[in-house]
Design a protein around this ligand. Structure first.
Ligand SMILES: Cc1ncc(COP(=O)(O)O)c(C=O)c1O
Length: 414
């Protein structure tokens, strides 16, 4: 479609999304180019459209030296291009996996090259130097690159935890109250680096606060660590569904960015998904805008990885396999809680995800201590200078080794 045609669809079907689009977001559209013309010729007797080298019957003339590494894929089209939107059955399967509540509009997810890529598409579509991105601090450091470095959007922060050591709703509310134009609100639960996720009362309060915001707002749920919840009392799922059902589409849009990276323990696969709180033609229009930027940057995504994720989603053993991994992480989580307590180390509240954040006393500098731990105690952790804290990735240490890790950190603290 043309940008003008997409504008008309959004003005009618999702005025909030239309108001939020950046200049690039406005321009983004998929013309009737080579991929679309090729798609229209699918099934033609002589299909001479796209620059793929095939056997003439739709299968690749794959080099055996490449193909033997993909021997498990019965469907050899895994070595061909996929659509800019991603493989259709994979998009449908992920949409079903989202398991959204009644009344929550959602587009068919666009496949993206990992969660970072999905976030960067949100940055392209909805931000610029005049659009603040609101985020609790400390936050995942790559947001600086994804938003501020690329599109110039300033990050506007509030302390992630309130004085009661729970999610700082009042802090978020205070930032929102100062806004009078379009903004992005970034929610990351389970959080990196704190490892915190909301309890049901906190989740409900966040949804009400954002739904009542009177100005245009794009809420981005970075759900990278979704499914890794260790406290049964937690809300325990993405806020996307509740937000999508609650917000007013005349001024608010919700984007869900998630993927196989952590949920399916497929870090190198680079399969993520971008879903908008818009259905029907408006949802398709937003998907087209995202896919057109994708075409203008990486052209199309890794098909073998998509085939692998699709195979996993249709596997009868996937749920049990994922539960087994969550159980391993829950054991490491419990081991770290115990070990920190035994060593008198007080982390910030953590209940999910992969990390715990250990604030340091004022006389200890996080970066100096990180280097000392590495050189003198053979321990690698991440310094989080904005919180003068150390981030401990318990997800990558065996439970049996966690007491030793905590003891070394205590020794390093001196
Ligand atoms: C909060 C958060 N979002 C996104 C990502 C990146 O995910 P991906 O590797 O799929 O780009 C990470 C990875 O560390 C993360 O911590």
């Amino acid at each position: 479609m043309t940008p003008t045609e997409l504008d008309a669809i959004l003005q009618d079907g999702h005025p909030g999304a239309f108001r939020l689009l950046s200049p690039l977001g406005r321009r983004a559209a998929m013309p009737l180019g080579i991929p679309q013309q090729s798609e229209q010729a699918r099934g033609a007797l002589r299909k001479a459209t796209i620059g793929q080298i095939t056997d003439g019957a739709g299968f690749p003339l794959a080099l055996p030296s490449i193909a033997r590494h993909y021997a498990g894929f019965a469907d050899t089209t895994a070595l061909l291009y996929s659509s800019q939107y991603g493989l259709a059955p994979l998009r449908a399967a992920w949409r079903q996996r989202l398991d959204l509540p009644e009344g929550a509009p959602a587009s068919v997810p666009v496949v993206v090259g990992g969660i970072t890529h999905g976030l960067s598409l949100c940055a392209d579509l909805f931000t610029g130097p005049d659009v603040p991105v609101v985020i609790g601090t400390p936050y995942w450091d790559n947001y600086d690159q994804i938003f501020t470095m690329r599109t110039g959007a300033p990050l506007v922060t509030y302390p992630f935890f309130g004085p009661d050591r729970r999610f700082n709703l009042a802090g978020l509310a205070a930032v929102l109250a100062r806004l009078d134009g379009p903004a992005v609100v970034l929610l990351n639960f389970p959080s990196n680096p704190t490892g915190y996720s909301p309890y049901p009362d906190e989740a409900a309060a966040i949804v009400s606060l954002l739904a009542a915001h009177p100005h245009p707002v794009c809420i981005v749920c970075d759900d990278a660590y979704n499914t890794l919840y260790f406290d049964p009392a937690l809300y325990g799922k993405s806020l996307f569904g509740a937000l999508a059902a609650a917000v007013d589409r005349s001024r608010a849009l919700v984007c869900k960015v998630d993927g196989a990276t952590k949920e399916l323990v497929f870090f190198g696969g680079r399969v993520g998904f971008l879903t908008f709180s818009a259905d029907g033609a408006a949802g398709q229009a937003l998907a087209e805008k995202a896919a057109s930027i994708l075409r203008g940057t990486v052209s199309s995504l890794n098909t073998p990885s998509q085939v692998a994720v699709l195979g996993a989603l249709t596997s009868p053993t996937l749920a049990a396999e994922s539960a087994a991994v969550v159980a391993v992480l829950a054991e490491r989580y419990a081991a770290l809680r115990d070990a920190l307590a035994k060593n008198g180390l007080a982390a910030l509240p953590f209940n999910s995800g992969c990390f715990a954040l250990l604030p340091l006393p004022d006389h200890q500098d996080a970066e100096t201590l990180r280097q000392r731990l590495l050189k003198e105690f053979d321990v690698g952790v991440i310094a989080v200078p904005s919180a003068n804290a150390l981030r401990i990735a318990f997800c990558s240490i065996e439970a049996a080794d966690i007491p030793d890790l905590a003891a070394r950190i205590l020794a390093g603290l001196g």
